[in-house]
Design a protein around this ligand. Structure first.
Ligand SMILES: Nc1ncnc2c1ncn2[C@@H]1O[C@H](COP(=O)(O)OP(=O)(O)OP(=O)(O)O)[C@@H](O)[C@H]1O
Ligand SMILES: [Mg+2]
Length: 230
Protein backbone atom coordinates (compact mmCIF):
# COMPACT_ATOMS: atom_id res chain seq x y z
CA UNK A 1 0.00 0.00 0.00
CA UNK A 2 1.26 3.53 -0.75
CA UNK A 3 1.79 6.08 2.02
CA UNK A 4 -1.18 8.32 2.67
CA UNK A 5 0.61 10.63 5.11
CA UNK A 6 4.28 11.58 4.98
CA UNK A 7 6.02 14.00 7.33
CA UNK A 8 9.51 15.18 6.39
CA UNK A 9 11.83 16.89 8.86
CA UNK A 10 9.01 18.41 10.87
CA UNK A 11 9.93 20.94 13.54
CA UNK A 12 7.50 22.85 15.70
CA UNK A 13 8.59 25.75 17.86
CA UNK A 14 6.14 27.66 20.05
CA UNK A 15 6.80 31.19 21.27
CA UNK A 16 8.83 34.08 19.89
CA UNK A 17 10.94 35.46 22.73
CA UNK A 18 11.05 32.27 24.76
CA UNK A 19 11.14 29.47 22.24
CA UNK A 20 10.05 25.96 23.04
CA UNK A 21 10.81 23.27 20.52
CA UNK A 22 7.90 20.86 20.78
CA UNK A 23 8.63 18.66 17.75
CA UNK A 24 12.16 17.86 16.72
CA UNK A 25 12.93 16.67 13.20
CA UNK A 26 10.07 14.19 12.85
CA UNK A 27 10.15 11.86 9.86
CA UNK A 28 7.18 9.54 9.65
CA UNK A 29 4.99 7.87 7.05
CA UNK A 30 1.69 6.07 7.35
CA UNK A 31 0.51 3.48 4.86
CA UNK A 32 -2.93 3.68 3.37
CA UNK A 33 -5.29 1.33 5.22
CA UNK A 34 -3.01 0.90 8.24
CA UNK A 35 -4.10 1.10 11.88
CA UNK A 36 -1.57 3.01 13.98
CA UNK A 37 -1.24 4.10 17.57
CA UNK A 38 0.80 6.98 18.93
CA UNK A 39 1.90 6.79 22.55
CA UNK A 40 4.04 9.00 24.77
CA UNK A 41 4.02 10.95 28.02
CA UNK A 42 1.84 13.99 28.60
CA UNK A 43 3.45 17.01 26.96
CA UNK A 44 5.62 14.94 24.61
CA UNK A 45 4.03 16.51 21.51
CA UNK A 46 1.45 13.93 20.38
CA UNK A 47 -1.48 16.29 19.88
CA UNK A 48 0.75 18.85 18.20
CA UNK A 49 1.90 16.14 15.79
CA UNK A 50 -1.65 14.94 15.09
CA UNK A 51 -2.86 18.50 14.51
CA UNK A 52 -0.07 19.01 11.98
CA UNK A 53 -1.03 15.76 10.21
CA UNK A 54 -4.62 16.97 10.16
CA UNK A 55 -3.55 20.36 8.75
CA UNK A 56 -5.16 22.08 11.75
CA UNK A 57 -1.73 23.47 12.63
CA UNK A 58 1.36 24.31 10.59
CA UNK A 59 4.88 23.07 11.26
CA UNK A 60 7.56 25.70 11.86
CA UNK A 61 9.47 23.93 9.13
CA UNK A 62 9.34 20.67 7.27
CA UNK A 63 7.00 19.19 4.68
CA UNK A 64 3.63 17.50 5.03
CA UNK A 65 2.14 15.29 2.31
CA UNK A 66 -1.41 14.00 2.53
CA UNK A 67 -2.81 11.72 -0.13
CA UNK A 68 0.16 12.67 -2.37
CA UNK A 69 -0.48 16.40 -2.03
CA UNK A 70 1.88 18.77 -0.26
CA UNK A 71 -0.23 20.60 2.33
CA UNK A 72 2.10 22.85 4.33
CA UNK A 73 2.12 25.33 1.45
CA UNK A 74 -1.65 25.27 0.80
CA UNK A 75 -3.90 28.22 1.62
CA UNK A 76 -6.86 28.10 4.03
CA UNK A 77 -9.49 27.25 1.43
CA UNK A 78 -7.41 24.50 -0.12
CA UNK A 79 -6.83 23.04 3.33
CA UNK A 80 -10.52 23.17 4.23
CA UNK A 81 -11.37 21.32 1.01
CA UNK A 82 -8.70 18.72 1.61
CA UNK A 83 -9.89 18.15 5.18
CA UNK A 84 -13.52 17.87 4.11
CA UNK A 85 -12.64 15.34 1.44
CA UNK A 86 -10.01 13.27 3.17
CA UNK A 87 -9.88 13.50 6.96
CA UNK A 88 -12.20 12.68 9.83
CA UNK A 89 -11.39 13.79 13.38
CA UNK A 90 -12.29 12.19 16.68
CA UNK A 91 -11.35 13.99 19.89
CA UNK A 92 -11.28 12.97 23.53
CA UNK A 93 -14.06 15.37 24.32
CA UNK A 94 -16.45 14.66 21.54
CA UNK A 95 -17.89 18.17 21.25
CA UNK A 96 -21.43 17.05 20.60
CA UNK A 97 -23.98 19.82 20.83
CA UNK A 98 -26.03 18.87 23.88
CA UNK A 99 -29.33 20.42 22.79
CA UNK A 100 -29.36 18.44 19.53
CA UNK A 101 -30.15 14.79 18.92
CA UNK A 102 -27.66 12.09 18.10
CA UNK A 103 -28.72 12.15 14.42
CA UNK A 104 -28.59 15.96 14.24
CA UNK A 105 -25.09 15.92 15.69
CA UNK A 106 -23.90 13.51 12.99
CA UNK A 107 -25.43 15.79 10.35
CA UNK A 108 -24.08 18.97 11.95
CA UNK A 109 -21.07 19.51 9.65
CA UNK A 110 -23.46 19.51 6.68
CA UNK A 111 -25.95 21.78 8.34
CA UNK A 112 -23.19 24.28 9.07
CA UNK A 113 -21.36 23.94 5.75
CA UNK A 114 -24.28 24.41 3.43
CA UNK A 115 -27.96 24.86 3.97
CA UNK A 116 -28.35 22.06 1.45
CA UNK A 117 -28.84 19.09 3.67
CA UNK A 118 -30.00 16.35 1.32
CA UNK A 119 -31.87 13.10 1.76
CA UNK A 120 -28.59 11.36 0.85
CA UNK A 121 -26.89 12.94 3.85
CA UNK A 122 -29.67 11.79 6.13
CA UNK A 123 -29.54 8.27 4.68
CA UNK A 124 -25.79 8.13 5.14
CA UNK A 125 -26.03 9.38 8.72
CA UNK A 126 -28.63 6.73 9.47
CA UNK A 127 -26.49 4.01 7.91
CA UNK A 128 -23.51 5.11 9.98
CA UNK A 129 -25.55 5.20 13.17
CA UNK A 130 -26.62 1.67 12.37
CA UNK A 131 -22.97 0.71 11.84
CA UNK A 132 -21.98 2.12 15.23
CA UNK A 133 -24.99 0.48 16.88
CA UNK A 134 -26.98 3.59 17.73
CA UNK A 135 -30.10 3.26 15.58
CA UNK A 136 -32.26 2.85 18.66
CA UNK A 137 -31.08 6.09 20.30
CA UNK A 138 -30.61 8.27 17.22
CA UNK A 139 -33.38 10.65 18.30
CA UNK A 140 -32.10 11.00 21.86
CA UNK A 141 -30.62 14.32 22.86
CA UNK A 142 -26.84 14.09 23.17
CA UNK A 143 -27.17 14.76 26.91
CA UNK A 144 -29.35 11.68 27.26
CA UNK A 145 -26.75 9.26 25.97
CA UNK A 146 -23.97 7.44 27.81
CA UNK A 147 -20.33 8.45 27.36
CA UNK A 148 -19.71 5.48 25.08
CA UNK A 149 -22.78 6.28 22.98
CA UNK A 150 -21.68 9.90 22.67
CA UNK A 151 -18.25 8.79 21.55
CA UNK A 152 -19.80 6.44 18.97
CA UNK A 153 -21.87 9.38 17.74
CA UNK A 154 -18.63 11.33 17.31
CA UNK A 155 -17.17 8.43 15.33
CA UNK A 156 -20.22 8.33 13.05
CA UNK A 157 -19.86 12.10 12.55
CA UNK A 158 -16.16 11.68 11.67
CA UNK A 159 -17.12 9.12 9.01
CA UNK A 160 -19.79 11.23 7.29
CA UNK A 161 -17.46 12.43 4.53
CA UNK A 162 -16.18 8.89 3.95
CA UNK A 163 -12.64 9.96 4.92
CA UNK A 164 -9.55 8.08 3.82
CA UNK A 165 -7.92 9.02 7.12
CA UNK A 166 -9.28 9.16 10.65
CA UNK A 167 -7.19 11.03 13.21
CA UNK A 168 -8.20 10.32 16.79
CA UNK A 169 -6.82 12.09 19.86
CA UNK A 170 -7.55 10.00 22.97
CA UNK A 171 -10.87 8.69 21.62
CA UNK A 172 -11.40 6.49 24.67
CA UNK A 173 -9.85 8.79 27.27
CA UNK A 174 -13.07 9.13 29.22
CA UNK A 175 -14.46 5.63 28.89
CA UNK A 176 -14.47 2.51 31.06
CA UNK A 177 -12.59 -0.56 29.86
CA UNK A 178 -15.60 -2.25 28.28
CA UNK A 179 -16.59 0.85 26.26
CA UNK A 180 -12.93 1.30 25.33
CA UNK A 181 -12.81 -2.21 23.89
CA UNK A 182 -16.07 -1.59 21.98
CA UNK A 183 -14.78 1.65 20.49
CA UNK A 184 -11.52 -0.08 19.52
CA UNK A 185 -13.48 -2.90 17.81
CA UNK A 186 -15.64 -0.39 16.00
CA UNK A 187 -12.62 1.53 14.68
CA UNK A 188 -10.98 -1.75 13.64
CA UNK A 189 -14.12 -2.87 11.80
CA UNK A 190 -14.25 0.43 9.91
CA UNK A 191 -10.54 0.11 9.14
CA UNK A 192 -11.07 -3.37 7.64
CA UNK A 193 -14.36 -2.65 5.91
CA UNK A 194 -13.43 0.63 4.19
CA UNK A 195 -9.61 0.43 4.26
CA UNK A 196 -9.67 3.67 6.30
CA UNK A 197 -6.30 4.66 7.72
CA UNK A 198 -6.43 5.20 11.50
CA UNK A 199 -3.92 7.14 13.58
CA UNK A 200 -4.90 7.05 17.22
CA UNK A 201 -3.24 8.79 20.14
CA UNK A 202 -3.89 6.69 23.20
CA UNK A 203 -2.80 6.17 26.76
CA UNK A 204 -4.60 2.83 26.70
CA UNK A 205 -2.05 0.03 26.49
CA UNK A 206 -4.67 -2.43 25.26
CA UNK A 207 -5.50 -0.32 22.23
CA UNK A 208 -1.89 0.60 21.50
CA UNK A 209 -0.84 -3.04 21.42
CA UNK A 210 -3.67 -4.07 19.12
CA UNK A 211 -2.63 -1.58 16.44
CA UNK A 212 -0.57 -2.66 13.40
CA UNK A 213 2.13 -0.29 14.50
CA UNK A 214 3.05 1.73 17.59
CA UNK A 215 4.88 5.04 17.30
CA UNK A 216 6.31 6.36 20.56
CA UNK A 217 7.02 10.07 20.97
CA UNK A 218 9.48 11.20 23.64
CA UNK A 219 10.23 14.92 24.01
CA UNK A 220 9.09 15.71 20.49
CA UNK A 221 11.10 12.95 18.82
CA UNK A 222 10.13 9.58 17.41
CA UNK A 223 11.71 7.17 19.87
CA UNK A 224 10.29 3.88 18.80
CA UNK A 225 8.40 2.47 15.90
CA UNK A 226 7.20 -1.05 16.21
CA UNK A 227 5.30 -3.12 13.66
CA UNK A 228 2.94 -5.58 15.26
CA UNK A 229 1.25 -8.57 13.69
CA UNK A 230 -2.34 -7.62 12.93
N1 LIG B 1 -0.37 26.73 21.57
C1 LIG B 1 0.69 26.43 22.31
N2 LIG B 1 1.56 27.38 22.71
C2 LIG B 1 2.65 27.09 23.43
N3 LIG B 1 2.98 25.84 23.82
C3 LIG B 1 2.16 24.84 23.47
C4 LIG B 1 0.97 25.08 22.70
N4 LIG B 1 0.35 23.89 22.50
C5 LIG B 1 1.10 22.97 23.12
N5 LIG B 1 2.19 23.53 23.69
C6 LIG B 1 3.26 22.83 24.43
O1 LIG B 1 3.76 21.83 23.59
C7 LIG B 1 4.07 20.64 24.30
C8 LIG B 1 3.38 19.47 23.66
O2 LIG B 1 1.98 19.61 23.79
P1 LIG B 1 0.98 18.51 23.23
O3 LIG B 1 -0.39 19.03 23.48
O4 LIG B 1 1.33 18.20 21.83
O5 LIG B 1 1.31 17.26 24.17
P2 LIG B 1 0.63 15.83 24.26
O6 LIG B 1 1.71 14.82 24.03
O7 LIG B 1 -0.57 15.79 23.38
O8 LIG B 1 0.20 15.76 25.80
P3 LIG B 1 -1.12 15.09 26.49
O9 LIG B 1 -0.87 13.61 26.55
O10 LIG B 1 -1.13 15.72 27.84
O11 LIG B 1 -2.31 15.47 25.68
C9 LIG B 1 3.65 20.91 25.74
O12 LIG B 1 4.79 21.24 26.48
C10 LIG B 1 2.73 22.08 25.63
O13 LIG B 1 2.77 22.87 26.78
MG1 LIG C 1 -2.62 15.66 23.75
Amino acid sequence: MPNIITLKNINKVYGTTIKTQVLNNINLSFEEGSFNSIIGASGSGKSTLLNIMGTLDNPTDGEVFIDSKRTDTMNKNELADLRNQTIGFIFQFHYLLPEFTCLENVLMPYQIQSSKLTKDHINRAEELLDLVGLSNVKNNLATNMSGGQQQRTAIARALMNNPKIVLADEPTGNLDSESTENIYQLMRDINKKFNTTFIIITHDKGIAEKADRIVEIIDGKVKMEMELGS
